[in-house]
Design a protein around this ligand. Structure first.
Ligand code: 5AD
Ligand code: SF4
Length: 449
């Protein structure tokens, strides 16, 4: 039988992007093909995010568009996957009558069966969370390229009081080290040059006796010309062993995403973040001692319940102290079912907006200053392709994930590592000129055992 065409749209974090590849892997195995045009599809899937209300509102807007498609093609199956499916469950089928399928993050194996149910005119619903599902044995669908994600663990046990993830993605569980390493090998053989290991809290990774540091070093050994990145780290669980592993492996990027959320100990406690600012700063200092070239990025929330002006100033202070390379910055958004939802959302909207703007302005200033300091230095860049704005320029990234733009040169191909001498910098981008080809991070090669 001629199987049908799937169109999928993905919202939210990198975990969702990785899940979309798993979903497409499952459906391709069953004979479905993938289309990039919703108009051309028999099944439209939306992989959703619930982390903040504005993410959900955007997705509701998009569902409205699909309603029009369905009016034109009544046989079209429209499905919601991911966190919103898990959070809203049956409501989505009942209230949003255009939805035929609601499938949470741990039930993707059942998608073919649930799609068949929807084809037959019933609602396909699968929203059970699992303590064991990691899709360990499934090969995700990936187009050729240079960069790939691998999710190494699922779920989160931290229960930060603002966060819906422990409810939508369930308990922490890790994939096996051997299957992850095998996937890295396959990606290396296909010519991929960068892998990002993903989890809500990768430092909790545990497979038998292997912790996250063991996993990182096993992945790094596969191909020394392949960059290994990882996200997200929780400050409570970052071990010294992990820091030494990053320092000792030239191809593990010297870049740590370490969400701080707030600079106030009082707010951190209300958030159940389980560390103090003093502990956080000690960790940053230790990391800088062990990995001298390390840089950091972070997540910050403005306007958590009861946050006062002093708390906000402490957040600005921690940003000035750490000097993050980059930050994801958000207004607090109450999420039903979380502990913080029961606290009064008492910071007025305009105050949240003002504080968030101050945080963004400060981060832009810090990023600009950090980038200015790079003028005159040579950065190792993985060439990713032509720049978005012009075919006369290449774009690539440094170890610390900064975009570098430089003129094309016959000697350079996508996937090469090159040294670029930086001559100009904005808050978001570095500009420079090619100087030579290089190893992945030549200054550190001596450290490889
Ligand atoms: N409101 C605002 N930001 C949130 N985040 C998680 N939950 C919320 C919320 N309810 C942010 C945190 C987290 C990032 C992924 O999203 O900063 O680290
Ligand atoms: Fe949410 Fe906290 Fe878990 Fe991150 S560590 S996913 S913020 S509960």
């Amino acid at each position: 039988m001629q199987k049908n065409k799937i169109y999928i749209e993905t919202y939210g974090c990198q975990m969702n992007l990785a899940d979309t590849e798993i979903v497409l892997g499952i459906l391709q195995n069953k004979g479905y093909s993938v289309t990039k045009e919703a108009e051309d599809a028999d099944v439209v899937l939306v992989n959703t995010c619930s982390i903040r209300d504005n993410a959900e509102q955007r997705i509701y807007g998009r569902l409205g568009n699909f309603k029009n498609l369905k009016n034109r093609n009544p046989h079209l199956v429209v499905g919601i996957l991911g966190c919103m499916a898990e959070r809203l469950r049956k409501d989505l089928v009942e209230e949003k009558s255009i939805v035929d399928l609601v499938v949470g993050p741990d039930e993707y194996r059942r998608l073919p069966e649930l799609i068949d149910i929807a084809y037959n005119g019933d609602k396909g619903i699968g929203v059970k969370l699992s303590k064991t599902e990691t899709y360990d044995d499934l090969l995700p669908y990936r187009e050729d390229g240079l960069q790939a994600w691998i999710s190494v663990m699922r779920g989160c046990d931290k229960f930060c009081t603002f966060c819906v993830v422990p409810f939508t993605r369930g308990r922490e569980r890790s994939r096996s080290l051997s299957s992850i390493v095998n996937e890295v090998k396959q990606l290396s053989e296909r010519g991929f040059k960068e892998v990002t290991l993903l989890g809500q809290n990768v430092n909790s990774y545990l497979d038998d006796k292997n912790d996250f540091a063991d996993l990182l070093s096993a992945c790094a050994k596969v191909d020394r010309m392949m960059r290994i990145r990882f996200t997200t780290s929780h400050p409570q669980d970052m071990s010294d062993k992990l820091l030494f592993t990053i320092a000792e492996n030239s191809n593990i990027c010297n870049y740590i995403h370490l969400p701080v959320q707030s600079g106030s100990n009082r707010i951190l406690e209300l958030m159940n973040r389980t560390y103090t600012i003093e502990h956080y700063l000690d960790l940053i200092e230790k990391a800088r001692n062990i990995i001298p070239a390390v840089s950091f990025s972070t997540d910050i929330i403005a306007g958590f319940p009861t946050e006062n002006y002093e708390d906000h100033v402490m957040t600005l202070d921690i940003m000035r102290t750490v000097r993050y390379d980059g930050a994801f910055m958000f207004k607090y958004s109450p999420r039903e079912g979380t502990k913080a939802f029961k606290m009064k959302d008492d910071v007025p909207e305009e105050v949240k907006t003002k504080r968030l703007q101050e945080i963004i302005d400060l981060q832009q200033q810090i990023s600009y200053e950090i980038n200015q300091e790079l003028i005159g230095t040579e950065e190792t860049v993985l060439v990713e392709g032509k720049s978005r704005k012009s075919d006369n320029f290449f774009a690539g990234r440094t170890d610390s994930n900064k975009v570098v733009i430089f003129p094309v040169d016959d000697k350079i191909n996508d996937g090469d590592y090159v040294k670029v001498k930086i001559n100009k910098a904005t808050q978001a981008t570095l500009f420079g000129n090619y100087s030579s080809h290089t190893d992945i991070k030549s200054e550190n090669l001596a450290l490889i055992a």
